[in-house]
Ligand binder design. Structure first.
Ligand code: PAF
Length: 283
């Protein structure tokens, strides 16, 4: 694995790999790699034989007062974790390589869908994500890019961007990787104190209980979501949203929606956690 810091070197190495007939997959991350990220790499390896893992804590997707400064930066441990993963390039550019003209010059924005759910609570967040992901796509020009389903809205937004901007890239995704107690793996879990860490799996437990109610035939989505939100708050969560949406569009569901997603965003202490469960309802 080569640790690369410049766009020029990534481009040279990827061009050589493509010339040798290799398929290239990009796994974009912000580092502090956990088993969820390693599963993304495993998925990338099923599709491609030249893997680029980017590690860049992207400042433009953090709003004022968010955790950019304390976001864990663990480059050496991350490199060690990838040692036996046959990653070709560990791309960890400094900020001036990714934003040589300043943080917010040309941006890529996917409208509407980025204004709801996490986008409502974190204005500008998804513009930061789509801008940096576009930059990475243009730098690496991969055949495939792999994202986790834990960031469900991010995945839907990126798929839309790829479709509408005609990126010749296939987006792959992997289901959320969980701790033994159900908590979705996330770099931010490290910020939870002991009491909050004990409480945190209740988010997934609540999503699961709503899913089973829906599978058992309950269809009053507004009531199901409102009750779930209340249950989370009674347990001590500050709930940003608990929603049942169309899994393709993230719009509110209609009677004909069959692929749905339950999405929750909560805060425990200073830590924001998100999680989701998809399900298909027979019409
Ligand atoms: O999901 C993440 O870790 C980030 O949002 C991403 C896609 C690497 C962009 O910075």
């Amino acid at each position: 694995m080569e640790v690369v810091k410049t766009i020029k070197q990534v481009r040279t190495m990827v061009a050589e790999a493509k010339k040798a007939g290799k398929k290239v997959a990009l796994v974009p991350t912000m580092g502090n790699l956990h088993d969820g990220h390693l599963t993304l790499i495993d998925e990338a390896k099923k599709a491609a034989n030249f893997i680029v893992c980017s590690v860049f804590v992207n400042p433009t997707q953090f709003g004022p007062g968010e955790d950019l400064d304390k976001y864990p930066r663990t480059a050496l441990q991350d490199q060690q974790k990838l040692t036996f993963k046959s990653v070709a390039i560990f791309f960890s550019p400094p900020e001036y390589e990714m934003y040589p003209f300043g943080r917010m010059q040309t941006t890529v924005e996917v409208p509407h869908i980025t204004k709801t759910l996490c986008g409502a609570a974190r204005p500008g967040h998804f513009t930061g994500v789509t801008t940096v992901v576009s930059k990475l796509f243009n730098i690496v020009q991969p055949d495939f890019a792999v994202f986790g389903e834990k960031d469900f809205q991010q995945l839907v937004v990126i798929k839309k961007m790829v479709r509408e901007l005609f990126y010749p890239i296939e987006i792959l995704s992997i289901p959320t990787v969980r701790e033994a107690d159900g908590l979705a793996m996330s770099s931010r879990n490290a910020f939870l104190n002991e009491a909050d860490r004990t409480l945190a799996p209740q988010l997934y437990a609540t999503l699961s209980s709503v899913k089973y109610k829906m599978l058992a035939g309950e269809r009053d989505f507004n009531k199901l979501a409102a009750d779930a939100k209340q249950r989370l708050e009674d347990k001590g969560f500050t709930t940003d949203y608990f929603e049942i949406r169309d899994a393709e569009t993230l719009e509110r569901c209609s009677e004909s929606t069959s692929r749905l997603v339950l999405l929750g965003a909560v805060t425990l202490g200073q830590t924001r956690l998100i999680d989701n469960i998809s399900l298909t309802l027979k019409s």
